[in-house]
Design a protein around this ligand. Structure first.
Ligand SMILES: [Mg+2]
Length: 415
């Protein structure tokens, strides 16, 4: 009965993406440990490993590691500087292939995307595993690259499924198999469970996803608010897969940009908090633009009185580095917590943007914004670069700057 409405989602993840592209383009690198680095010069030791080929992994090299560390572990590796324009171009080709399977493609990061193939499956009476196999073969044939695929009833499950057989695997999780497959997995495998959340869950004796699914909803709600409810749903394999924290394998140097502000003995005034949040978002997006990063997942961090902290996240449908996109999302997350804040004033507020894509502006194919905002922001950035950050500020922030930084507003807007 439900079957007709059940969704079939494919998660496609490229294997050792940047390194595989280099091995494809330079056959001499094939079968050898290749490390694509985010650095100014691969002769030096500065910078970070952005991607390691499967041949490099037995040496213990991982993306995110410093080049210095990697060279100690794998001195004979081939160290290359990343050619991000090439990878982005390749990603566009990848999206085209995905779009030949369905018109519903969601790009999650430079090397990961979701495809809703429900229609395709129903129309052609084709098995989901078979569609996944065709997609994987097509990617290999057209781009010469290996990928791992997960199939599930929602984005979350599809992404988790893809983790089971890497590289080059296809894993299909049917809704009826969900409880048996999810339950024994450690709880940290669940998206949205970060290090801090895991600590809390450890304390209450929750070790596996199955344990989490058994915790009474009321308890989770009381302890973690809306996040608790979301986790409970996710542990049962439900929900459309709102990914609360980005663990996208863009494998670039920076994983996230975040700013936070301590609030002394606590702040419960929602207007003040919004104002502070606006200031934080401004700082974060400016740093992103400077580093040429676009991001997808906005995470709000709150610590409440009695040092209870939690995060709330939202993933955008596209990427952005503009405060006009990031702030409304962060604000909406904050407003949802208003009832809690009345009782427990916030002692710290923070915002971060993760799920980053390193991109030259003109290549940001997913940018949400119209040109006017981009031009205005660029103009303001330029003035700030030249004359310092405090010369121009948002009218809405004057009060905040005075209160939290002791700067006189009159000095802010008069050059
Ligand atoms: Mg990948």
């Amino acid at each position: 009965m439900l079957k007709g409405r059940e969704k079939t989602i494919i998660h496609l993840d490229m294997d050792a993406y940047f390194a595989s592209v280099e091995q494809r383009d330079h056959p001499i690198y094939q079968g050898r440990p290749v490390l694509v680095c985010h650095t100014d010069s691969v002769d030096g030791v500065f910078g970070v490993v952005a991607a390691a080929s499967y041949e490099a992994r037995p040496f213990g090299v991982k993306s995110g590691m410093s080049v210095f560390e990697a060279k100690k572990l794998c001195p004979k590796g081939i160290y290359l500087m990343g050619d991000y324009n090439k990878y982005l171009h390749n990603t566009k080709e990848l999206v085209k292939i995905c779009e030949s399977f369905t018109d519903q493609v969601e790009v999650f990061s430079i090397d990961e995307m979701w495809l809703d193939v429900t229609e395709t499956k129903n129309r052609f009476k084709e098995d989901a595993g078979r569609i996944a196999y065709r997609l994987q073969t097509e990617v290999k044939r057209k781009l010469g690259l290996s990928s791992s695929i997960g199939v599930g009833p929602n984005k979350l499950v599809a992404k988790m499924a893809g983790e089971f057989h890497k590289p080059g695997g296809i894993t299909v999780i049917r809704p009826s198999d969900l409880p048996q497959i999810l339950a024994p997995l450690p709880v940290k495998k669940l998206f949205g469970v970060g290090r801090k959340m895991k600590k809390h869950l450890d304390l209450i004796g929750v070790a596996t996803i199955g344990d989490l699914a058994e915790v009474p909803e009321e308890y989770l709600k009381k302890r973690f608010g809306v996040v608790g409810l979301w986790l409970k749903q996710a542990a049962k394999g439900l929900g459309d897969g709102v990914l609360a924290s980005g663990r996208g394998s863009t494998s670039l140097m920076v994983k996230s940009f975040g700013h936070s502000s301590a609030l002394g003995s606590g702040e419960a005034d929602i207007d003040k908090l919004c104002q502070i949040l606006l200031g934080l978002c401004e700082g974060v997006t400016r740093r992103m633009r400077r580093g040429k990063y676009l991001g997808r997942t906005v995470t709000l961090r709150l610590r409440l009185a009695r040092s209870f902290g939690f995060t709330r996240g939202h993933t955008l449908s596209g990427v952005s580095d503009m405060i006009e996109t990031i702030y409304p999302v962060a604000r909406a997350l904050l407003l949802k917590e208003q009832p809690v804040l009345v009782e427990y004033p916030a002692t710290l507020i923070g915002v971060s943007v993760s799920n980053l894509l390193f991109a030259e502006k003109q290549l940001s194919i997913f940018d949400l914004f119209d040109d006017r905002f981009v031009r205005l922001t660029t103009a303001v950035d330029n003035v700030k670069d030249k004359y310092g950050d405090r010369l121009i500020t948002r009218a809405a922030l004057l009060d905040w700057r005075r209160r939290y930084h002791g700067v006189e507003p009159s000095r802010l807007h008069k050059p």
